[in-house]
Design a protein around this ligand. Structure first.
Ligand SMILES: Nc1ncnc2c1ncn2[C@@H]1O[C@H](COP(=O)(O)OP(=O)(O)OP(=O)(O)O)[C@@H](O)[C@H]1O
Ligand SMILES: [Mg+2]
Length: 253
C-alpha cells in the first residue's frame, strides 16, 4: 500500500454575484476512503465536476482536507496534468524544463555535502530521458511551442520520470489529445511504469481510457466513490446504477 485515504472531505465556498459573498458550499470530496497498492494503476473516473482533480490535489498535498486522513508512503511524487501547454514554461528550453526537477534534487544533495557535478550528470540523463519518451536529441534546444500536443506531453513525462518517482498522479493526461496520439501516450505511460515500477493514480472522465490503463477502478459521483473494484469486474458486472449509466453512454456514441 502506497496511498491510504480514510473519510477524506474537502468543500469549497460557492461565491455568487457582484459582491462574491459565499452562499453555501460545494462538497467537492465528500468522505472518500481508498487504498492504492504499489506499482498498480488505480483509475479514478467520473463526470466533470465530480471531484477528481480535488482528490488528486489532496493526495499531492496541494490542498488540505477538512476531515479525514491521508497517508502517502513516499515523498517521491510527481504529477502530469491535462494540458502540457499550460504546465510547461514557454520561455524555457526543453533541456532546462526536463532537467529542472533533477537539478533541484541534486542541489539538495550538494547541500548535504556530496558536491556532485550535477551539470554533467544531468546532461546525459536528460538525453536518456528524451530517448525514453522517443523525442529526438534536437528537441533539447527547442521551446514548448515548437512541439505538437502529444510531443509536449512526452516532455512532461520525461521531466516527471527523470526525478525517479515512485508515485505519479496523472490528471487527464491525454484528454486534450486526439485519439491516435492518446494511444501513443498511454502506451508510453505503461512502458515507463513497467520499467520503473511506478504507481499511478490515473484520473480521467473517459471510461475507455481508464479501462485501458487501470488495474482497479473507482467510480466517483458528486464527491463520493460509488463503486470500486478490479477493472474487469467494473466493466463486466457493474453493481451501481451510475456505473451502468456511464458504461451505456460509451456504447451509445
Ligand atoms: N479552488 C476551488 N474553489 C472553489 N470551488 C472549487 C475549487 N476547485 C474545485 N471546485 C469545485 O469542486 C467541484 C469539483 O471540482 P474538480 O475540479 O475536482 O472536478 P473534476 O472531477 O476534476 O472535473 P473535470 O472532469 O471537469 O476536471 C466542482 O464543483 C468545482 O467547481
Ligand atoms: Mg479535473
Amino acid at each position: 500500500m502506497i496511498v491510504k485515504l480514510n473519510g477524506v472531505k474537502k468543500s469549497f465556498p460557492i461565491e455568487r454575484g457582484y459582491l462574491k459573498t459565499a452562499s453555501g458550499v460545494v462538497n467537492a470530496v465528500d468522505g472518500v476512503s481508498l487504498e492504492i497498492e504499489k506499482a498498480e494503476t488505480f483509475g479514478l473516473v467520473g463526470e466533470s465536476g465530480c471531484g477528481k482533480t480535488t482528490l488528486g490535489k489532496l493526495i499531492l498535498g496541494i490542498l488540505k482536507p477538512d476531515a479525514g486522513s491521508i497517508e502517502v508512503g513516499t515523498k517521491k511524487i510527481q504529477v502530469i496534468f491535462q494540458d502540457p501547454q499550460a504546465s510547461l514554461d514557454p520561455k524555457m528550453r526543453v533541456y532546462d524544463i526536463v532537467a529542472e526537477g533533477l537539478v533541484l534534487q541534486s542541489s539538495a544533495v550538494r547541500r548535504g555535502g556530496l558536491n556532485l557535478p550535477y551539470g554533467k550528470i544531468a546532461k546525459g540523463q536528460v538525453e536518456e530521458m528524451l530517448d525514453l519518451v522517443k523525442l529526438p536529441k534536437g528537441a533539447l534546444n527547442k521551446y514548448p511551442h515548437q512541439f505538437s500536443g502529444g510531443e509536449r506531453q512526452r516532455i512532461a513525462i520525461a521531466r516527471a520520470v527523470l526525478t525517479d518517482p515512485e508515485f505519479i498522479v496523472c490528471d487527464e493526461p491525454v484528454s486534450s489529445l486526439d485519439v491516435t496520439v492518446q494511444l501513443q501516450i498511454l502506451r508510453l505511460l505503461k512502458d515507463v511504469q513497467k520499467k520503473f515500477s511506478i504507481t499511478y493514480l490515473f484520473i480521467s472522465h473517459d471510461l475507455r481510457v481508464v479501462r485501458f490503463m487501470s488495474d482497479r477502478i473507482a467510480v466517483m459521483k458528486e464527491g463520493k466513490i460509488v463503486e470500486e473494484g478490479p477493472t474487469q469486474k467494473i466493466y463486466s458486472k457493474p453493481d451501481h446504477d451510475y456505473t451502468k449509466l456511464l458504461l451505456d453512454s460509451i456504447l451509445n456514441i
